[in-house]
Structure formats: C-alpha cells, structure tokens
Write a protein that binds this ligand. Structure first.
Ligand code: HEC
Ligand code: HEC
Ligand code: HEC
Ligand code: HEC
Length: 115
C-alpha cells in the first residue's frame, strides 16, 4: 500500500472519530451539535422555530424514534410531553441528563423509574 493511501486512510479515520458527537461534543450546546451535522433545518422548517413546537417534535422522532419506543423514562411520557420539554436544545448540553424535579416533587429519578 502506498504511503499516500495509508495517510489518506488514517485521515479518514480521524475525521470519522471527530464526527462522533456523543463522544467528542460533551458540553456543547445540544442545538449547536445537531446544527453542525444537519443545519438549523434539521429541526426548524426553513430554519425558523414553529409557534407550537410540533414540527421540531416530529423532526426529533424522525431520527430518534418515538417516546413509546424508548426506555421506561421516555415511555411514561408518551402522549404527555415533547422531547424539548426535557431536552431543551438551546438550553442544555450534550451529556446532560434531564432531571425530574422540575415537574415531579416526590423525589423520583431516572434510576428509580427504570426499576
Ligand atoms: C435539535 C433541534 C434544533 C436545532 C438543530 C436548532 N434548534 Fe432552534 N429550537 C429548537 C426547539 C425545540 C426550540 C423551542 C424550544 C426551545 O427554545 O428550546 C427552538 C427554539 C429556537 C428559537 C426561539 C428562541 C429560543 O431560543 O427559544 C430560535 C430563534 C431558534 N431556535 C433558532 C435556531 C437556529 C438559528 C438554529 C441553527 C443554528 C437552531 N435553532 C437549531 C430546536 C432546534
Ligand atoms: C421526561 C423527560 C424526557 C423527555 C420528554 C424526553 N427525554 Fe430523552 N432522556 C431523558 C432522561 C432523564 C435521559 C437519561 C436517562 C435515560 O436514558 O433514561 C434521556 C436520555 C435521552 C437520550 C440518550 C442521551 C444519553 O444520555 O445517552 C436521547 C438520545 C434522548 N433522551 C432523546 C429523546 C427524544 C428524541 C425525546 C422525544 C421523542 C426525548 N428524549 C424525550 C428525559 C426525557
Ligand atoms: C437529523 C437527525 C436528528 C434530528 C432531527 C434530531 N437528532 Fe438528536 N441526535 C442525532 C444524532 C445523529 C445524534 C448523535 C448520536 C446519538 O447520540 O444518538 C443525536 C444526539 C441527541 C441526543 C444525545 C446527546 C448526548 O447527550 O449524547 C439528544 C438528547 C438528542 N439528540 C435530542 C434531540 C431532540 C430533543 C431533537 C428534536 C428537538 C433531536 N435530537 C433531533 C440526530 C438527530
Ligand atoms: C417537563 C415536565 C416533566 C419532567 C421533567 C418529568 N416529567 Fe414525568 N410526567 C410529566 C407529566 C405532565 C406527566 C403526566 C401527568 C402525570 O401523571 O403526572 C408525567 C408522568 C410521569 C409518569 C407516569 C405517571 C406517574 O406519575 O407515575 C412517570 C413514571 C414519570 N412521569 C416519571 C418521570 C421521571 C422518572 C422523570 C425524570 C427522569 C420525569 N418524569 C420528568 C412531566 C414531567
């Protein structure tokens, strides 16, 4: 294998790693991380936020699947919440785990809900 081809392959491997956001973008704003992959249009029609958040909710589900298909924490909110009620794209970061106490005052946690 030629030296050039080897270094091209090495470069491609590094580029692929850099595109793996859950490993490399910890602490980056959630919306920013998504926009780097697919632009503001990944979530917003024509890049503009909708009035009611429905379009954005549909976009989340088109990539991640619906609440009912996810783990117990997500399933309990099927038909109740939109993704952005807990994962606020412009107000939380990659790696953040939403907490429960902004809405429930009985001390429940994601761990207690999965038991
Ligand atoms: C991962 C999906 C996602 C991406 C990507 C995204 N947004 Fe948003 N954005 C939302 C959601 C959901 C809301 C409404 C709830 C909120 O404010 O968090 C919102 C709200 C907004 C608002 C209303 C004001 C505000 O901050 O609440 C503006 C303006 C906005 N986005 C602009 C942008 C721009 C510009 C980009 C590209 C740089 C972008 N958004 C990328 C999901 C996204
Ligand atoms: C009730 C609040 C809540 C809602 C609504 C919610 N999530 Fe979550 N999400 C969480 C919590 C808490 C975690 C971390 C613990 C877990 O996975 O159960 C999480 C984890 C995740 C993860 C994994 C990130 C990681 O930590 O590895 C993804 C992806 C995700 N949610 C996407 C979504 C999408 C897409 C929707 C809408 C279809 C959604 N969530 C709605 C609370 C919520
Ligand atoms: C165009 C496809 C696409 C759309 C639309 C999209 N996501 Fe994502 N999202 C991804 C990919 C790809 C990743 C990174 C791989 C992973 O962790 O699953 C990701 C990662 C995440 C994570 C995990 C971040 C972490 O902590 O590791 C959350 C939470 C999340 N998205 C929520 C949302 C929410 C909320 C919306 C809608 C407002 C949304 N996504 C819309 C593709 C998308
Ligand atoms: C943005 C607000 C919000 C957040 C954050 C939130 N929930 Fe909920 N949750 C609701 C609403 C609204 C309902 C439906 C009404 C009800 O039953 O209280 C609900 C219902 C539930 C239910 C089914 C009914 C019940 O009360 O047992 C479970 C289980 C649940 N949530 C667990 C959690 C857990 C665990 C977390 C944290 C990871 C969490 N929720 C975070 C708003 C929220």
């Amino acid at each position: 294998m030629s030296k050039n081809l080897l270094s091209a392959l090495f470069g491609a491997a590094i580029a692929a790693l850099a595109l793996s956001p859950s490993v490399y973008a910890e602490g980056q704003e959630l919306a920013e991380m998504h926009a780097e992959m697919d632009g503001c249009e990944a979530c917003h029609a024509d890049g503009e936020p909708s009035e009611d958040g429905e379009h954005e909710f549909e976009q989340c589900q088109s990539c991640h699947g619906a609440l009912e298909e996810m783990d117990a924490v997500h399933q309990s909110h099927d038909g109740m919440l939109m993704c952005a009620d807990c994962h606020m794209p412009h107000d939380s970061n990659v790696g953040d785990k939403p907490t429960c106490d902004s809405c429930h005052d009985d001390g429940r946690t994601a761990e207690s809900a999965s038991k």
